[in-house]
Ligand binder design. Structure first.
Ligand SMILES: NC(=O)c1ccc[n+]([C@@H]2O[C@H](COP(=O)([O-])OP(=O)(O)OC[C@H]3O[C@@H](n4cnc5c(N)ncnc54)[C@H](OP(=O)(O)O)[C@@H]3O)[C@@H](O)[C@H]2O)c1
Length: 257
């Protein structure tokens, strides 16, 4: 157990599963009870714990999908093949216990970016989660003139929260653009190449109708570790600057697993 997890076990609060939404057989959202004093910002992650038969606790970090004013905490979960935590989580029935580390963690916070211009929110898979939290939080994106949300998934059914996002677009038609990308099915009207390739050949910028330059754009990148590495390289070559604790930048990353 790492030191963070050891501390978490001491401080953990006992929560319970309130609700589950299945997107596919292996992709689902969970809502758990939330302690009144649990504080977070969109982009933070929480640590969930599951008790094991030997009395130990298995901990995993999950980005928070819900907004800070939501009475519950919501998470987007993909079942990891052979992964003990998500297999156990998959079996959890409504009302059963989940441990919660009472602190929220992370630096994937939009205000770390320079304000203004177009915000590109790029996600693969469950990396969508922090952006849903941002969209659900009134005022969280007011620093930006336009927002482009790009979500890349393997199959059409993996487009979690699609209806909710499309409703958000409809209520903010000028300010928010949603571009789903499906890489392993052919879906008429949707791109099927990976995000870095779509940026490299300019087709993502054409779809959004806006350029992707360090002067005019801020970029958040969340998801598969190879994706975040590829995007760091691509954006760095184009002159984007990373966010530092003391100085805002034009690109910000959250790497999963
Ligand atoms: N250990 C963990 O904590 C953890 C967490 C989440 C997921 N996972 C693993 O990932 C598996 C699948 O998750 P998922 O369905 O979300 O799939 P995924 O493999 O992350 O794919 C989601 C999207 O990302 C794209 N992608 C993958 N690598 C990329 C790269 N280097 N650059 C750009 N785009 C890239 C995929 O394109 P392609 O179709 O072209 O690959 C797909 O469109 C899970 O079953 C699990 O094993 C593990």
């Amino acid at each position: 157990m790492d030191s963070k997890a050891a501390g978490a076990a001491d401080r953990a609060t006992h929560e319970s599963l309130l609700m589950r939404t299945n997107w596919t057989d292996t992709l689902w959202s969970l809502r758990i009870s939330r302690p009144a004093d649990f504080r977070f910002e969109p982009g933070h992650y929480a640590r969930l714990g599951l008790e094991q038969p030997d009395g130990s606790v298995l901990w995993r970090p999950y980005s928070i999908v819900s907004a800070p004013d939501d009475a519950a905490l919501e998470f987007l979960v993909v079942r990891v093949a052979g992964g003990p935590f998500t297999q156990q989580l998959d079996q959890l029935a409504i009302g059963q216990p989940v441990l919660l580390d009472p602190a929220a963690y992370g630096f994937f916070i939009a205000r770390q970016l320079l304000p203004g211009g177009t915000l590109w929110m790029l996600a693969t898979g469950t990396g969508l989660g922090p952006y849903v939290s941002l969209l659900r939080t009134p005022g969280a994106l007011h620093a930006f003139a336009r927002v482009i949300l790009v979500h890349s998934v393997r199959h059409r059914d993996d487009l979690a929260y699609r209806t909710e996002i499309e409703q958000a677009v409809a209520s903010a038609p000028q300010g928010l653009t949603y571009i789903p990308v499906v890489t392993r099915d052919t879906v008429p009207g949707l791109p099927s190449a990976r995000i870095p390739a779509l940026i490299a050949d300019g087709s993502l910028q054409d779809m959004a109708g806006v350029a992707l330059t360090p002067d005019s754009s801020r970029v958040m990148v969340c998801g598969h570790p190879d994706f975040t590495a590829d995007m760091r390289r691509l954006l760095g070559e184009r002159g984007f600057t990373p966010c530092r604790r003391a100085s805002p930048g034009s690109m910000l990353f959250e790497k999963y697993w």
